[in-house]
Design a protein around this ligand. Structure first.
Ligand code: UN1
Length: 502
């Protein structure tokens, strides 16, 4: 697919515009290092204009009936469907993932938009009886205002949809600051949303860097909600910088997800699950399985099968249908991933396969890393504790189920966990005892569907969830409404005391 190098713009109040400074940055193709286009390097002044537009648009958008807001999302889903092939191919180019996964990313956005479009006819609140006669009461969800959405590059179409679809159907307006590694996909996303019939100013796009554009959004007094997906370190910064305005902060941060393989597991299935979860998207998922906790009885056999599978993976550009493993996002990422190979070896872990940059022939132009497996990893080693965000996984032997649970839980993060076992009792104990927002039984750590809550415990976030009904809690505030039709003053907690509770 040829996307000629071009200059792209921000989208503010329904118009395409440059950054006030005129500064730009480039988006690179990770498979080849070529530039895809240049984008506005936005700063505070650009964010301020976008927020002003979103704030003004909110006054009208919040009054549009929710089913009508939902209809916009239905149209958006249809446009995404029509453009699915184009977006898939573009994603394999700008972000690097293989076609099947890129298609899945777009499909996730379609599914989320359809799900949230339907929410336009629900947005359920509660009605309850009153303790007094002739009185009615209910709770309703209210939109909050301008949402600042800061999205990552690893799911460049899906995650903007996770955030924007619920934000919009609830009646909020949005300023999106996408990752600087995937600005063209964000531009296409916003363009299609605009074509779906959103009034000007309801959605705005500000391209640029986190420390410049993102930071202003986080601190802007007229942005009451920040939703951020990214690293733990940036999540802490976002929380601190949003605190002066007591913003709602929704965070989706790191993971160090573990797959447990018990002695009674179907090993072929476990190997498939591990390969998909550890090496899919080149390990650049917050749900990636970067630890495999294996019962000692099957440890040797699992190693053998896993290494054989990993060594068969074909490395290449995402758009080549033969490719199993695409590039990682950029040089900095490649360096970080490789530095963890050094760290793991230095800590005494045994490198079974991989552990090097793949640079034969054409691969030398891009950012490729071989699928990497360490064995004999101690649970306290850095490669078993820190998020690497690359195709590297660590095998940790354990003696029992209880050991496996203890090791799986022995990290700061709590996004996704999995267990392969044929024992239903162990499966149910795992569902109860694994400390994570998501647990899979006989599947890898990846594969969330849009209608269940997505998010993690511990340092993966701050208690919020996106997707499903839980997303509505991020983007609305409850209002409780009391309607007294008795015609007289009735005092709650006072006038009903003649019949106290027994
Ligand atoms: C992420 O890795 O940031 O379940 C999101 C999954 C995907 C989404 C992952 N559907 O892993």
């Amino acid at each position: 697919m040829a996307v000629a190098e071009k200059q792209f713009q921000n989208y503010v109040d329904g118009k395409w515009t440059d950054a006030a400074s005129g500064d730009t940055f480039e988006s690179l193709v990770p498979a080849t290092g070529e530039a895809l286009g240049s984008f506005p390097r936005s700063a505070a002044a650009d964010v301020d204009r976008a927020v002003e537009a979103a704030k003004a648009a909110f006054e009208e958008w919040r009054l549009v009936p929710a089913p009508e807001r939902g209809n916009v999302l239905f149209r958006f889903a249809r446009l995404l469907e029509e453009q699915k092939d184009e977006l898939t191919e573009l994603m394999s180019r700008e972000m690097g993932k293989v076609l099947a996964e890129a298609g899945g990313d777009v499909q996730e956005a379609i599914d989320m938009s359809v799900y949230m479009a339907g929410e336009g006819r629900r947005l359920f609140g509660q009605t309850t009886p009153s303790e007094l006669r002739d009185k009615f009461q209910m709770s309703v969800r209210m939109p909050v205002g301008v949402v600042g959405a800061i999205t990552p590059w690893n799911f460049p179409i899906a995650i903007p949809a996770w955030k924007l679809a619920p934000a919009l159907v609830c009646g909020n307006t949005v300023v999106l600051k996408p990752a600087e590694d995937t600005p063209l996909l964000a531009k296409r996303f916003i363009e299609l949303l605009g074509e779906s019939g959103l009034p000007d100013g309801v959605v705005n796009l500000v391209q640029g860097y986190g420390e410049e554009a993102g930071d202003r959004l986080v601190r802007h007094p007229d942005v009451p909600i920040i939703t951020f997906t990214g690293s733990r370190e940036t999540g802490v910064l976002v929380t601190k910088n949003a605190a002066d305005h007591l913003k709602h902060v929704h965070l989706e941060l790191g993971g160090k997800n573990g797959i447990i393989v018990m002695d009674d597991a179907d090993l072929d299935l476990a190997v498939e699950g591990i390969v998909w979860s550890a090496f899919g998207t080149s390990g650049q998922r917050c749900t990636a399985a970067s630890r495999v906790i294996v019962h000692e009885a099957v440890y040797g056999e699992l190693q053998k099968r896993l290494v054989a599978r990993a060594e068969k993976m074909k490395i290449g550009p995402g758009w080549d249908p033969e490719t199993d493993l695409g590039p990682v996002i950029n040089q900095e990422s490649l360096d970080k991933i490789h530095s963890y190979t050094g760290i793991g070896s230095g800590e005494g872990a045994k490198l079974l396969t991989g552990g090097e940059v793949a640079s034969d022939g054409e691969l030398g132009k891009g950012f490729y890393y071989r699928p990497t497996i360490f064995a004999d990893v101690d649970p306290q080693m850095r490669i078993a504790q820190e998020e690497i965000f690359g195709p590297t996984t660590a095998l940790i032997p354990v003696k029992s189920f209880d050991d496996a649970v203890r090791v799986t839980n022995g990290i700061r993060y709590g996004l996704s966990t999995a267990i392969f076992t044929a024992d239903v009792n162990k499966a149910f104990r795992a569902m109860r005892d694994l400390q994570s927002g998501i647990t899979y039984i006989n599947a890898g750590t990846t594969g969330a569907e849009v209608h269940l809550p997505f998010g993690g415990t511990k340092d993966t976030g701050n208690g919020h969830r996106e997707a499903g009904q839980a997303a509505l809690d991020v983007f609305t505030e409850w209002k409780s409404i009391y309607v007294d039709y008795s015609g007289k003053l009735q005092r709650a907690q006072i006038d009903n005391v003649e019949q106290p509770a027994p």
